[in-house]
Design a protein around this ligand. Structure first.
Ligand code: ADP
Ligand code: MG
Length: 248
């Protein structure tokens, strides 16, 4: 028996964010045929690693992220995060896992338009029942780190895309998740905004020791990662380490 209430509220400590994807399959029904998106895909990602995931449109990158984040379930195979089998979690443990252990960043920011910037940042903390002065302090600190402390009372639609994504980066980290899943986070930004968002994301994730799985179309962004994976024919294939200056 799992005490999800307790484990889910533990802050991510060093050593957290270890991901195992083991022979995971996922298919979608398309008319009268089955479209296999993931076909016994496997990978292991260490705590604190920054892994880039590349693959053409429709290759299953978002599907894989949704499975790791506990948003969707595989047809077959197992996913473990810090030894806990995400694939077998039932509600409400699944919800607890998602909101406490995972930070999500999307292409189109997904900030709540009726909440101010600060309120958007407080939301993951409130869901985790961190409230009051503590929550405000944590949120303001991160807001400052992404350089938008002056915009705390602003509504998201007043911000540029790059600024909104910086808020989304802060929101993905504010509750101390072990795993950050970013799905083409710079896909709708210009080159300069992309650079700022990626630098902030990498910096904040690395200094906190979080695990980052970054889906991107952009092979250049992938060069910043510790490892690069490709989704090909439903399988995860590791890119051989090239002569990238001997990082790591
Ligand atoms: P990527 O993120 O690599 O572009 P996706 O994971 O979004 O790819 O989708 C992979 C494939 O699965 C696509 O062919 C897509 O149409 C299909 N797909 C994704 N989600 C669903 C769904 N809920 N129902 C049916 N097909 C889906
Ligand atoms: Mg996608």
């Amino acid at each position: 028996m799992e005490d999800a209430g307790r484990t889910a509220h533990e802050p991510a400590s060093s050593g957290a964010g270890h991901i195992v994807v083991r022979a995971v399959s996922k298919s979608y029904q398309e008319g009268d045929r089955l479209h296999t998106v993931l076909d016994r895909a496997s990978v292991e990602i260490d705590s604190g690693e920054f892994v880039a995931l590349l693959g053409p449109s429709g290759s299953g990158k978002s599907t894989l992220l949704n499975l790791i984040g506990g948003i969707d379930s595989p047809d077959d195979g197992r996913i473990l995060v810090d030894g806990r089998e995400v694939t077998s979690l039932e509600e409400p443990d699944r919800t607890l896992f998602r909101r406490d252990r995972v930070g999500l960043i999307f292409q189109f920011f997904n900030l709540l338009p009726t909440l101010t910037v600060l309120e958007n940042l407080l939301l993951p903390l409130e869901l985790k029942r961190t409230v009051g002065i503590d929550a405000v302090r944590i949120a303001e600190e991160l807001l400052e780190r992404v350089g938008l402390e002056a915009r705390a009372g602003t509504f998201p639609d007043r911000l540029s895309g790059g600024e909104q994504q910086r808020i989304a980066v802060a929101r993905a980290l504010v509750h101390g998740p072990a795993v950050v899943l970013a799905d083409e986070p710079t896909g709708s930004l210009d080159a300069e905004a992309s650079r700022v968002v990626m630098e902030l994301l990498e910096e904040l994730v690395r200094e906190r020791g979080r695990t980052l799985l970054l889906v991107t179309h952009n092979p250049e962004l992938a060069t910043r990662a510790d490892r690069v994976l490709h989704l090909e024919g439903g399988k995860l294939v590791e890119e051989p380490r090239g002569g990238d200056g001997g990082r790591g």
